[in-house]
Design a protein around this ligand. Structure first.
Ligand code: AHM
Ligand code: MG
Length: 357
């Protein structure tokens, strides 16, 4: 075991970074790590046992749930309930937030937002899926925690992470002091530090978007895709198109190799498809901490004011230079005709004039 650092050891070591924390956040992260190992066990044997297929229930977005979604949801809620460190779990799979009513948890300091199994439509074909989580401090000081405690801006996150159940299983998280990745060693059943201080390349050549929706994309996205496909040696174009259809896997690859992931608004999803609280905020926090950028096309994801639990947003996330460039296309092509200077002003606010190709 010489030289190996487990997630548990790492979390305890880093606890000293939090002047306000008395170990609760560490225990919360540890609980999430344990639940994800249990989910990993089930995801790994998904092809072996008869737990695939629709569970017969539908979540608030009207989407069919897979049985492993339900299983993962139960595991995380159960781990967070018995841990006693959080007073509310808001999950993508439940219509309302789940208050944790035990006497210990009632006054707990933390709120967890979680997508227990993202990309679950990929399970039937053995493609990577993920868990995405986000942790906030409770704002209210007395009484029961309420919806207002959950509806915090992404900038208020104290930690966020994802687990990717892929060719190997990894847990990647941040507490606002950089990003660290841990790979599950199945022989010892521990997440081991494998990717310390992860940094996303400033620029990249991969773009990830469901191009089948092209006809429904905003003009800015259409123009950006055309730009990505034009040959230009100086900017390493044409870019490479890679889209798994599993946000965690697509963003994880781009984090390592450099690239941009886009899920824009479409005619079918005028507010975007992905959820601010469960998917976009945590991924935005991680990518920013790794040196990247996350935007809704015009403004920073982390600064969006949430007004509802299952709020959706468009997202452009990844290498900072690529996201800034895509924002430029969005601004230029949402320009009302006859008002040529507005785009430039906006570009100056965004800080992308001059610096980016
Ligand atoms: P889900 O939360 O219902 O699993 O949906 C989220 C997933 C993301 O992981 C993925 O990037 C996206 O939906 C794919 O959507 P589409 O099939 O429209 O491209
Ligand atoms: Mg999801």
């Amino acid at each position: 075991m010489a030289g190996i650092k487990t997630l548990g050891q790492f979390i305890i070591e880093k606890q000293a970074d939090f002047s306000y924390a008395k170990g609760e956040l560490s225990r919360l992260l540890r609980d999430i790590g344990i639940a994800s190992k249990i989910v990993n066990r089930e995801v790994n044997k998904a092809g072996l046992v008869d737990i695939l297929g629709d569970a017969g229930t539908t979540n608030i977005q009207g989407e069919g749930q897979k049985k492993l979604d339900v299983y993962a949801n139960e595991q995380f809620i159960s781990a967070l309930t018995s841990g006693g460190e959080c007073c509310i779990v808001a999950t993508e799979e439940e219509d309302e937030f789940v208050p944790i009513d035990s006497p210990v948890s009632k006054n707990a300091k933390y709120i967890v937002c979680i997508d227990p199994l993202d990309g679950s439509s990929n399970i039937d074909c053995n493609v990577a899926v993920g868990t995405i989580f986000s942790i906030y401090r409770r704002k209210s000081v007395e009484g029961d925690a309420t919806l207002a405690d959950v509806l915090q801006r992404g900038t208020d996150q104290v930690a966020a992470g994802y687990v990717i159940y892929g060719s190997s299983t990894m847990l990647v998280y941040t507490t606002g002091k950089g990003v660290n990745g841990f790979t599950l060693d199945p022989s010892i059943g521990e997440f081991c530090l494998s990717h310390p201080n992860m940094k996303i390349p400033e620029n990249g050549t991969i773009y990830s978007i469901n191009e089948g929706n092209y006809v429904h994309f905003p003009d800015g996205v259409k123009q950006y895709i055309k730009y990505a496909q034009v040959e230009d040696l100086a900017t390493s174009r044409p870019y490479t198109s890679r889209y798994i259809g599993s946000m965690v896997a697509d963003i994880h690859r781009n984090l390592i190799k450099g690239g941009i992931y886009i899920y824009p608004t479409t005619a079918a999803s005028p507010n975007g498809k992905l959820r601010l609280l469960y998917e976009c905020n945590p991924m935005a926090f991680i990518i920013e901490q790794a040196g990247g950028k996350a935007s809704d096309g015009f403004k920073r994801i982390l600064e969006i004011e949430p007004t509802e639990l299952h709020q959706r947003t468009a997202i452009f996330i990844g290498s900072a230079a690529m996201v800034a460039n895509a924002e430029r296309f969005m601004v230029e092509h949402s320009q009302p005709q006859g008002l040529p200077n507005i785009a430039e002003e906006k570009l100056e606010q965004l800080g992308v004039i001059g610096g980016i190709d």
